[in-house]
Design a protein around this ligand. Structure first.
Ligand SMILES: C[S@@+](CC[C@H](N)C(=O)[O-])C[C@H]1O[C@@H](n2cnc3c(N)ncnc32)[C@H](O)[C@@H]1O
Length: 231
C-alpha cells in the first residue's frame, strides 16, 4: 500500500498571530511542506501571519494566482498549484495550506480541495474569520435569537445587494475594493448608512474601525469589509 501525505487546510486567522488556534500551531510546527497563495506574486498575508510558527526546514510551495477577470486563468493556476502539492503528497509528505481567516469561508483552499479530495487524506483546521474579528473590533453583536445575518460579496449587482439587505436584520459586505461606491449608494437608499461600520485590516497593526460615513476615499484595500449592524 502506498502511503501518501495529508492535505491540511490551516486557518491562521485574520492578522494578529495570537488569533491562531493551538491545533494550527501544532500542524505548522510539524509540517514538512507548506503551501500558500500569492495574488499576482505579492507577499502572502497567510504566510506572514504563520511565519513565527513554521519549522525552519519546511519546504515552501508558493502558488502564484494572477488577479485576472478570466476564470480560465485562475483555473489553470489552481490546477498547477494542486499538481505541485500533489507531488509532495505522493512522496508521503503532509502539505499544510496556509489560509487567511478560515480555510472554507471564501478561501482559495476550496479550489485546491476540490481538485485533490478523494485522492489524499484531508484535514481542515478552522480559523477565526475576518467577520468574527470585525464584530469584536467594532464591539457589535452580529445577531441575536431569530435574527437573520447575511454575508454579501460587494461584487453582487446593486439590485442583488439591495434585495438581500432588505431581507436581513444585519449583514457583512465583503470584497469591497472598487465596489465601494455601489455599496455606499445601496446603503444610502435604504437609510442604512448610520448602521454601517467600515473595518480595514482587522486585528493587524494598521487596523481601522470607523463609521462608513466618515470614510473619505472611494476605493478600499483588499482586506476591508463593512458591517451593517442590527437596528
Ligand atoms: C477571499 S475572502 C477571504 C475570507 C477569509 N477566509 C476569512 O475567513 O475571513 C477576502 C475578503 O475577506 C475580508 N477580509 C479578510 N481578511 C480581512 C481583514 N484582515 N480585515 C478586513 N477584511 C478582511 C475582505 O472583505 C476580503 O476582501
Amino acid at each position: 500500500m502506498v502511503i501518501t501525505g495529508r492535505l491540511i487546510g490551516v486557518g491562521v486567522g485574520p492578522g494578529d498571530p495570537d488569533l491562531i488556534t493551538m491545533k494550527a500551531i501544532k500542524v505548522l510546527r510539524n509540517a514538512p511542506a507548506v503551501a500558500y497563495i500569492s495574488a499576482n506574486g505579492r507577499p502572502s498575508m497567510a504566510r506572514y501571519i504563520a511565519a513565527q510558527y513554521l519549522g525552519g526546514s519546511a519546504k515552501e510551495i508558493k502558488i502564484t494566482l494572477p488577479m485576472h477577470p478570466s476564470s480560465e486563468i485562475a483555473d489553470a493556476a489552481y490546477g498547477e498549484g494542486a499538481s505541485r502539492i500533489s507531488a509532495d503528497l505522493e512522496q508521503g509528505r503532509d502539505v499544510a495550506v496556509l489560509c487567511e481567516g478560515d480555510p472554507l469561508f471564501y478561501g482559495s483552499f476550496g479550489h485546491l480541495l476540490d481538485r485533490l479530495r478523494g485522492q489524499y487524506p484531508v484535514e481542515i483546521v478552522p480559523g477565526v474569520s475576518s467577520v468574527m474579528a470585525a464584530a469584536a473590533a467594532a464591539e457589535q453583536p452580529l445577531a441575536y435569537a431569530a435574527e437573520a445575518f447575511s454575508v454579501l460579496p460587494a461584487t453582487m449587482s446593486e439590485e442583488g445587494l439591495s434585495t438581500r439587505l432588505k431581507a436581513s436584520d444585519a449583514a457583512v459586505i465583503m470584497k469591497l475594493g472598487r465596489h465601494l461606491e455601489k455599496v455606499r449608494s445601496v446603503l444610502e437608499k435604504q437609510g442604512l448608512m448610520e448602521r454601517a461600520i467600515y473595518v480595514e485590516r482587522v486585528t493587524g497593526p494598521e487596523q481601522k474601525v470607523m463609521p462608513l460615513s466618515e470614510l473619505d476615499h472611494a476605493d478600499t484595500p483588499y482586506f476591508s469589509l463593512i458591517l451593517v449592524t442590527r437596528q
